[in-house]
Design a protein around this ligand. Structure first.
Ligand SMILES: Cc1cc2nc3c(=O)[nH]c(=O)nc-3n(C[C@H](O)[C@H](O)[C@H](O)COP(=O)(O)OP(=O)(O)OC[C@H]3O[C@@H](n4cnc5c(N)ncnc54)[C@H](O)[C@@H]3O)c2cc1C
Length: 511
């Protein structure tokens, strides 16, 4: 009998990390006709990292129906305005920003790069084109207490406590959105390898039936990987980082500044992320095991923490995380979709993993396969789209290494020279003659737009040989506008710390 017109009503999500709960929240909030069940293990921990988000998270949380102050409070969250890259170009004394707001004039398709090239010795690209850079310098917030929830003076995302985030989503999904939670271990996936999955078996709740299965089991990929044997495509030859060591460190004083960007500091064999939450900093070193071991990495991590004036107990447990950079050859097979670490993960640079979860779950909502007949079409389109996204993410992350002048270790020598994807090489050739602009990349919903490339290229001293014909009045007024907005913010915007304290006391205005 053909199952082609069987309706898709029951969705089973396996896994309760950020991927499982974000997917559950987006599905359950956007269509009440679907029965969403999530099964998560009591015994297998979530990965417990993933604390930097993109601005997209604001839309995602609004769709799910969580108030911003509830989110800020329960996830110990702080505001993030982008990333600062320290010692990436040279090993000492150089830094640049990749802010979330677009360079001035970018939306209007005005070429700001060429005129900036004429003044680049006086002001770096991010400060010339984005007021947000000045606010990051001063750890200011991107909004004031009177700005309504999810709205700010500049584009912003968050730093958050990953464990608390999954807890909040779980509580919200189960109490407000009708998601059924089953606490149990999935022990078996039932169905032929060349057919749809019928059910999964659990230790205590027997067989769980569904029409669509979402594999959010993290890097284990129990359904798509172990059951369907969909291959993992390793990208380690391009991007070699495959380990991380991480520590959580208390702030020195409860009233100290809270940085409003992720600080990413290059090291001999990788880089250190430094993410400031309300009461602590999450600091980790991601590195390549080919060049550096756990002990060496932990020592460098502790050195960094000391260099920040922070203290960490000698016996504090360093968390070690292993990963294989890459992604599945496809993400949707038959009636099973992988979202999160089960689908892919390259490395934490530029924090692109949670946004891929948001994009995947939203795509699923927008193209929900109502019947089995529709499922194959949606699956093919989903696979093409997300394969494209992963390739572009790889290009963009590799860019940070390729542009580096660092030559101090075999790690840097290899990361910047070996296995540069052709797609990146050809873009770099183009941009040697003219700056990146709208339309240089194929899709309207690129994960990293040409604006992001502008920030990294010119932040790292890339040379474009475009002739600057001086600065017209129009361009001059754009540069002035940036400094005016920057100064207004400096005069009126609170520090990240003060705003967070005020939100904790009084909440955020709602409209
Ligand atoms: C070092 C590092 C730093 C990172 N930093 C960032 C960042 O700053 N920003 C960002 O966007 N992303 C970051 N990421 C990625 C981010 O952590 C993940 O994308 C995100 O946490 C989603 O993970 P997940 O839910 O897919 O997997 P997990 O958190 O591993 O969750 C897997 C879930 O599956 C369940 N499970 C597994 N097996 C079974 C079973 N048999 N039965 C039932 N349940 C089961 C587990 O109990 C768990 O609930 C980082 C990743 C790493 C490695």
């Amino acid at each position: 009998m053909s199952h082609n017109n069987k309706q898709t009503k029951r969705i089973l999500i396996v896994g309760g990390g950020s991927a499982g709960w974000l997917t559950a929240g987006l599905l359950a909030s956007q269509c009440r006709g679907w029965q969403v069940t999530l099964v998560e293990s009591k015994n297998i921990a979530t990965i417990g990292v993933g604390e930097g988000t993109w601005p997209t998270m604001r839309t995602t949380l609004q769709k799910i129906g969580i108030d911003e102050d509830v989110f800020m409070h329960q996830c110990e969250a702080s505001f993030k305005q982008g990333s600062e890259f320290i010692n990436w170009t040279r090993s000492e004394g150089h830094s640049y920003y990749h802010p979330f707001s677009l360079p001035v004039g970018y939306s209007e398709q005005i070429d700001i790069v060429t005129p900036w090239l004429g003044i680049k010795d006086r002001v770096d690209f991010a400060h010339a084109t984005s007021a947000q850079s000045y606010w990051c310098d001063r750890a200011l917030a991107p909004k004031t207490a009177s700005d309504p929830q999810y709205q700010g003076r500049a584009n912003y995302g968050y730093h958050l406590n990953a464990d608390k985030f999954a807890q909040l989503l779980k509580q919200h999904c189960t109490t407000k959105l009708g998601v059924t939670l089953i606490l149990d271990d999935v022990t078996k996936v039932n169905g032929e390898v060349d057919a749809h999955i019928n059910s999964v078996s659990t230790q205590e709740h027997g067989e769980l039936l569904a029409d669509l299965f979402i594999d959010c089991t993290g890097s284990r990929a129990l359904l798509l990987g172990e059951h369907y044997k969909v291959q993992w495509q390793s990208k380690k030859h391009i991007l070699k980082n495959d380990r991380a060591v991480a520590l959580q460190v208390s702030h020195n004083t409860p009233s100290c500044d809270v940085a409003s960007c992720t600080k990413s500091t290059a090291q001999s064999y990788g880089w250190i992320w430094d993410i400031a939450l309300q009461s602590r900093r999450g600091i980790g070193y991601t590195f390549a095991s080919e060049y550096c071991d756990f002990v060496q990495a932990s020592t460098q991590l502790r050195d960094y923490i000391r260099s920040q004036g922070l203290s960490v107990a000698q016996d504090a447990q360093v968390k070690e995380i292993k990963f294989n950079p890459g992604h599945r050859e496809k993400f949707w097979h038959k009636n099973c979709v992988a979202i999160g670490m089960s689908a892919g993960f390259i490395e934490p640079l530029e924090a692109s993993a949670l946004v891929m979860i948001e994009l995947s779950a939203q795509y699923l909502c927008d193209n929900f396969p109502q019947s089995e007949h529709m499922m194959d079409v949606v699956a093919t389109r989903f696979n093409a789209k997300f394969n494209y996204h992963w390739s572009r993410i790889i290009d963009f992350l590799k860019l940070h290494y390729v542009l580096s002048e660092r030559d101090d270790t075999a790690y840097w020598q290899s990361m910047k020279r070996d296995d540069i994807p052709e797609s990146l090489e050809s873009l770099l050739t183009l941009w040697r003659y003219r700056p990146p602009k709208h339309g240089d990349l194929d899709h309207i919903d690129e994960v990293f737009s040409p604006a992001s490339y502008q920030y990294v290229l010119y932040g790292m001293g890339f040379t474009t040989q475009a002739d600057s014909f001086g600065i017209s009045e129009q361009i001059n007024s754009l540069f002035k506008h940036v400094t005016q907005i920057a100064q207004q913010g400096i005069d009126t915007q609170p520090s990240n710390r003060i705003l967070l304290d005020n939100i904790a006391k009084y909440g955020i205005a709602k409209i």
